[in-house]
Structures are given as C-alpha cells and as structure tokens.
Design a protein around this ligand. Structure first.
Ligand code: BGC
Length: 378
C-alpha cells in the first residue's frame, strides 16, 4: 500500500518535471511561446457546426477566424504601453454574425466585392443578372454571398495557417460556373496576417474577392477613427454617382479630400465627402505584392501596413454604421465612423467599365491574389 503511494508520488513528480520541461521546450530561444492554433465550437448554422480558430504567434498576437463567412472575429495586438487589445469590430456570438443586415464585419466577400450596377454584366455576349441587394444594385456577392456561407476549414501543418474552401455552384447568386475558392489565413511570426486567395472555374465567370475587416486601432479607447492617420499610395481614385456606382473616370486625388498620398488624419477632410469615405483608390503599383497603404493610431502607437497584389483599395469609413447592431462585442455601440475598412480588390463594377482592369476568370486560368496586414508599434 505504502509502496504504491510512494510510487504514485514519484510518478506525479516525474510527470510534473516532464510537463515543466515540455512547457520550457515550448518557449523558443527568444523566451516566447511557439505558434499555436486552438479550436472551439462557436455554434451551428444551417445544421453545420461552426468552429472558432484562434491563431497565436510567438509574440502573443492573436487572430480569431470562424468558418461561417470566413470571418476574422478578433485581431488582438499590443499597444505601445504593452497592453493588448482587439482592433476589429464584431459580435460576442454567432447570432450576431448571422443577423440580418450585418455590415460584413470581418467577412470574406465574393463572388464580386463591391457593386455591380443593376446586377448586370455580359460575358461572351451572354447577359447575366447577379442578385440585387443594394438600392437596385448587387453588393458584395448578392443576397447570400461568401460572407454568409459555411466554409470547409482545415489547420495546415506549422500551426500558423487555416485553410478555408468553398464550392460556389454554377448559377449561385447569378454567377456562371462551378467555382472552387480557397482562402488561406496565416498569422506570421512578424505580426502579419497574410490572406491568400486562389480559385478556379469550369465556365468563364467574373471574380473579385476581398476581406471586409473593420479596424479601430485604439481597441475601444476611441469611438471614431478621425485621429487615425491614413496613407494610400494612389494618385487617382474612381469617382461614383449618388448610388455609389463608378462613373468610369479615374480622377486625380491631388487638391481634393481624397488625397492620402502623405499620412493624413481621417477626420481632416471627411466632412467634405458626402457621408464619409467610401471609394476605390487606383493604387500606384506594378504587378505583384507591394505595400500600398498604412494606418497609424497615435494613442496606442499601433501601426498597420497593407500590402497587396490587387490594383485597387476600397477605403470605407463605416459611414452606414448607426449604432443599431445587436449582440456587439461587450455591447459596444458601433456608430458612424467607428471603424474603417481597407478592402484590397479590383475596381467596383469593372465588368461594365471597359477602362478598368478585367475581372474575368476563364477555365484553366489561375486566380491568385494575396493581401498582407502587418502590425507594429511606433
Ligand atoms: C461598401 C459600402 C458598403 C459597405 C457595407 C463597403 O465595401 O463600399 O458602400 O456600405 O461595404 O458594409
């Protein structure tokens, strides 16, 4: 009996030492933890389980993603006073994300990011109509875009990437072709969130994917983004009509409120733009991945850069947030201009604008776009 007890105590001590050494080995040479991904059940949608994936890197930064809408629900980064805070808008539970008229918080957007005028477009002489959901136009993929579907998810080797897959069937929301879409979210060791989009189709279609995360880099310390300093490498933007459809022109930003070629407070000229910013900037860039924009928030010292392979950036200042959303994180009231989005994309309504870069995707052609959001402190 006694022997057994001594044996058990010895076993416990051995287990304790082993555990200690495991946690010690888990701390890498810099004294920081290894990258991890943990999962948690987040609810059920249309009978399918929704999982929350929490990616943590060696320095402790976290990104939380759910496979409903491929939504980024949290980005937790450090401020210059060493405190941690969540810098994106969202809800406490799945019910928030599935409520009617949620403004695409954190979601993957497809098949067509932003607007298609009257939902109409033509491919090889055939007219198509995408589902209408925005003042007679089609916005962000229609009535049930990629933000409202359940994606198949898998954790990739290395514990820093989550892969999401979705098959959009021929005809879905008025788009031709069976489209296989894959999005890989990676949280890197240098505090970057990399989003890689790939797709293939079996019939010629149009495609314009983005992510619709709303940032407020104060992490709850300010309820507007007026003091965020934004810089966009773009000499031109695409002006829009009253229903936010591009006129087809590319206008110079110089001498207008749209000029963000040097860092400028969002609040400086926002009153000169009806409702606030909700426009596509024509990025000054060659093909390939390039840094195109940055945001600096002086209270926290958080600095965010955006790099992309895309030709455009929709800079939107949460003009339609009106404080009415239910189930928001900790009950925060998201009023107008609470947060901003940096949606890397092809230009809105490109299929109807011959002067804009093409969004056609043909069978056998690769679709590959990358966007990287990198966080640091200044
Ligand atoms: C659009 C806005 C729209 C918002 C939806 C943005 O990408 O440009 O006009 O209201 O998404 O939340």
């Amino acid at each position: 009996m006694k022997k057994n007890r001594v044996g058990s105590i010895c076993l416990l001590i051995i287990l304790f030492i082993f555990n200690m050494s495991c946690s010690f080995n888990n701390s890498n040479k810099n004294g920081m933890g290894a990258a991890t991904i943990t999962t948690q059940h987040f609810g059920t949608f249309e009978g399918k389980p929704i999982t929350e994936y929490t990616l943590t890197n060696a320095s402790g930064m976290q990104v939380v993603i759910i496979n409903y809408g491929g939504i980024i629900t949290k980005i937790i980064t450090q401020a210059k006073d060493s405190s941690w805070g969540d810098v994106v808008t969202g809800y406490d539970s799945l019910e928030g994300y599935t409520q009617k008229d949620t403004p695409y918080f954190g979601a993957l957007i497809g098949r067509y990011a932003n607007r298609l005028a009257k939902g109409k477009y033509t491919i090889d002489g055939v007219d198509y109509s995408a589902a209408l959901n925005n003042n007679g136009h089609s916005l962000h993929g229609g009535l049930k875009g990629f933000d409202k579907v359940v994606w198949e998810a898998a954790i990739l080797p290395g514990d820093s990437s989550v892969q999401l897959n979705y098959l959009s069937k021929d005809g879905e929301e008025g788009y031709p072709g069976n489209l296989k879409v894959q999005v890989v979210y990676t949280l890197t060791a240098n505090n970057a969130i990399k989003i890689e989009y790939t797709a293939s189709t079996d019939k010629t279609t149009i495609l314009n994917l983005t992510n619709h995360t709303y940032f407020n880099l104060t992490a709850g310390k300010s309820n507007t983004i007026y003091d965020h300093l934004v810089q966009i490498n773009a000499n031109k933007f695409t002006p829009v009509d009253a229903s936010l459809i591009p006129t087809g022109e590319l206008l110079e930003v110089k001498g207008t409120p749209m000029d963000f070629t040097s860092p400028k407070k969002v609040g400086q000229d926002i009153d000169k733009v009806m409702g606030g910013y909700d426009h596509n900037w024509v990025l000054n860039k060659a093909d390939g991945l390039q840094e195109v924009a940055s945001v600096y928030e002086p209270i926290s010292g958080r600095y965010l850069t955006v790099a992309t392979t895309e030709p455009g950036l929709q800079f939107y200042t949460g003009n339609f947030l009106d404080g009415t959303l239910k189930g928001t994180k900790k009950g925060i009231v998201y009023n107008k201009h609470y947060a901003l989005t940096l949606e890397t994309q092809h230009f809105p309504d490109s299929p109807n604008q011959p002067g804009f870069p093409s969004t056609l995707l043909k069978p056998g052609e690769p679709y590959h776009q990358t966007t990287v959001f990198t966080f640091s402190i200044k």
